[in-house]
Structure formats: C-alpha cells, structure tokens
Design a protein around this ligand. Structure first.
Ligand SMILES: Nc1ncnc2c1ncn2[C@@H]1O[C@H](COP(=O)(O)OP(=O)(O)OP(=O)(O)O)[C@@H](O)[C@H]1O
Length: 364
C-alpha cells in the first residue's frame, strides 16, 4: 500500500481550467473520498492519478515514485468505474484473469488470487457466468474483485455504487468499508453522495469548481465547515441560512439578531469577526419545535415531513424568512399551526461575506 501526493497539479481543456494548482497529501492506508457537485472535477482528478488524463502542471507521487510521467499500467493502481466495464464475452473468472495474464502472473498464482477475491466478495458461484447473466450488484462486485486481484498499491473508485438500487447501495457500501479494513490498501473514492462520503471516509476532500474547499474527517466537515459552500453541500436537510446582524454579546461572544428580531447568543468569539451583515447557519437538529414557554422564536408550519424517526417542519418566520426545524417522529404539528422553536445558539455557525465559516471555540 502506498500514499499519494499531489503537488500543484493542474488541468485545462483548452481555455477551460478544470483543476487549478491543487495539492493534497493522502497517507498510506487512508480511505479518502472526493466529494463535490457534478462538474467540480472529481473524476478528472481521479483519472489524472490513474494516468487516464495527462496533467498540465505539478507532480503526482504514489508511494516513493513520481508517476505522472508513467503510463497507467505502471502506476500500481486499480480502478473501478460506475459502469462496470467488464468484457461481455468473457466469463467472470476470465474477466478477473485477463489483466493478470497480461502482467505474466503465473497461472497457479492467478487461480489463487481469483479464489481469494471471489471468496472475499462472495461471488464464487458466479465465476463461470458471463456479465450478461449477472445483476447490477453482482457485476459491480465482480468489477471490485477484478481490481483486488491486481493487488494494487492504490484503489481508485469512481462512483462505483451509483448504478445500484438503494438497498444494494447500502449493502455494497458496508462491504466496501469492510474490504478496506481487511486489505488496508489506500483507497480514493469519488462521489457526489454525501451519505457515502460521511459513512466511508477516513477523510473527505470537498471539491468545488476545480479547487479544494476543505479536507477533514467527516465530523470535522460536518461540525466545522470551512465555508458556506461546505456547510450547504454536506448535511440533510440542508443547513438553514439566515441573514443576521452581529453585535457583541455576553463574555465577548457574538450575538446575532435575526430578521424577526430574535436575539441569539452564539458561542462564537465576537472579536475577529468581520463587521457588517453575516449569514447564520443552523442545522435543523439544533432548531426544535416546543410546546413549552422556552421558545426562542415563533413561526408558522408550512410543510410537515414525517420521516418516521423524526419530523421536519418547514417553518415561516414573521419576517418572511424560512427555516427547517425538527420535531419528534410522532408529532402533533400540522401545516398552518403556529409553533414555538427552541434554538441551540451555541451550535450555530456564522458565514461572512466571503463565505468563510466562523464556529464556536474548540472544546477539548
Ligand atoms: N474531455 C473534456 N473536454 C472538455 N471539458 C471536459 C472534458 N472532460 C471533462 N470536462 C469538464 O471538466 C469539468 C470537470 O469534469 P469531471 O468529470 O471531472 O467532473 P465531476 O466532478 O466528476 O462531475 P460528475 O459528478 O458529473 O461526474 C466539467 O466542467 C466538464 O465539463
């Protein structure tokens, strides 16, 4: 297994810059996820590491070796795509053996590796079938098994779960996490699905328009989003964003005034915040429906989404702004109801005009 180092890599197609001087260090053994919206350059970056795209500048290292001048076959990587890219006329076994024969791996060794990978992904019973005789999930498992038998130093996975139905996606996701634990091989996984990113990653790279917005563990990304873009992209329902005016509150903290006049004392230091209007970020789970007299503000329930374990209440505030609040799974709230809301102001985020995030001081 090998780590990966990208140093100031860039890529343009004609006049369009797709990746701009991007640097990133991935330690050996890490499960790294590239997360970002469609078109942000995730696949391009992965293909640059694989050698399927040239780079216009910078260097790429895998382990101790500089690889950006090497052809894909010499980089020690195996790639799994969204489309399984299996040879339709070859059996599963032959699909797995194909690349190894090209590498002149001895036949007995090929057989042993196929047996081990097939057992690991529970596809032993499928080895003599052709891809056309497999379900989508089985095909994807074969594609992963075909990557494993190469015993790569690095796995590159480009949205490998997105062709699977919801249940199979979850199962294959768990299998992939277990596989990583078992093999310990460095993996880079591209997705636009934040649940996949949160559940699989040791660390996530959030990409936006060809650049890195933030690199961090899933909970760092969720709890301390570096930018408003990251805060908005990660988390479901989407984080509530409200324009606020800021003044100094108790003990040097920032006090936010919402459009409806509600005052919230955040746990964010006032000193150092830029002057002027800011955007308050409140995750839905920090805004809760209350029937008691502890409400920070009141609003009108517009839409009530019952998810089973919790209820999302889309609420209109008196100044016309809207936010999503949470209630228990069994909730009495109906559309049109006037409701009270508690707000956990200590968990609030503030975003300045440049989109930079400000959070409560780190606690030990
Ligand atoms: N061969 C090409 N020629 C010109 N532009 C390209 C080419 N390949 C990709 N692009 C552009 O580069 C940008 C990044 O594409 P890329 O496929 O890396 O995005 P992505 O983040 O993987 O998106 P998706 O999730 O939709 O696959 C896009 O704007 C795309 O239109």
């Amino acid at each position: 297994m090998a780590g990966v180092q990208l140093a100031e890599v860039g890529k343009a197609y004609g006049a369009v810059t797709v990746i701009e001087r991007l640097s990133l260090d991935i330690p050996a053994g890490e499960f790294m996820v590239f997360l970002g919206p469609s078109g942000c350059g995730k696949s391009t970056l992965l293909r640059m590491i694989a050698g399927l795209e040239t780079i216009d500048g910078g260097t790429i290292r895998i382990g101790e070796r500089r690889v950006d001048t090497l052809p894909p076959g010499e980089r020690g990587v195996a790639m799994v795509f969204q489309h399984y890219a299996l040879y339709p006329h070859l059996s599963v076994r032959e699909n797995m053996a194909f690349g190894l024969r090209n590498l002149r791996v001895p036949a007995a060794e090929i057989a042993a590796r196929i047996a081990a990978a097939a057992a690991s992904l529970e596809i032993e019973a499928l080895l003599e079938r052709k891809p056309g005789q497999l379900s989508g999930g089985q095909r994807q498992r074969v594609a992963i098994a075909r990557a494993i038998v190469k015993q790569p130093e690095l796995f590159l996975l480009d949205e490998p779960l997105s062709n699977l139905d919801a249940a199979l996606r979850v199962r294959t996701r768990l299998e992939l996490a277990q596989l990583h634990r078992r093999l310990g091989t460095t993996m880079i996984f591209v997705t636009h699905d934040q649940v996949e990113a949160m559940t699989l990653a040791d660390r996530i790279v959030v990409l936006n328009a060809g650049g890195i917005e933030q690199v961090g563990t899933p909970m760092e990304i969720y709890l301390r989003p570096r930018t408003q873009f990251v805060a908005t992209f990660v988390g479901s329902p989407r984080i509530n964003l409200l324009p606020v005016a800021i003044e100094e509150g108790p003990a040097g903290s920032a006090r936010a005034r919402l459009g409806d006049g509600t005052m919230l004392d955040t746990a964010i230091r006032f000193a150092g915040l830029p002057q002027g209007a800011m955007t308050l970020g409140l995750r839905a789970e920090t805004v809760c429906v209350t029937a008691g007299d502890d409400a920070a503000t009141h609003g009108t329930a517009e839409v009530v989404e019952r998810l089973g374990e919790r209820t999302l209440v889309h609420t209109l505030l008196s100044d016309g702004s809207r936010l999503v609040a949470e209630d228990a799974g069994v909730s009495a709230v109906r559309p049109g109801d006037r409701i009270g809301l508690t707000i956990d102001a200590a968990a609030a985020h503030l975003f300045d005009a440049t989109g930079l995030g400000h959070h409560r001081a780190e606690t030990a």
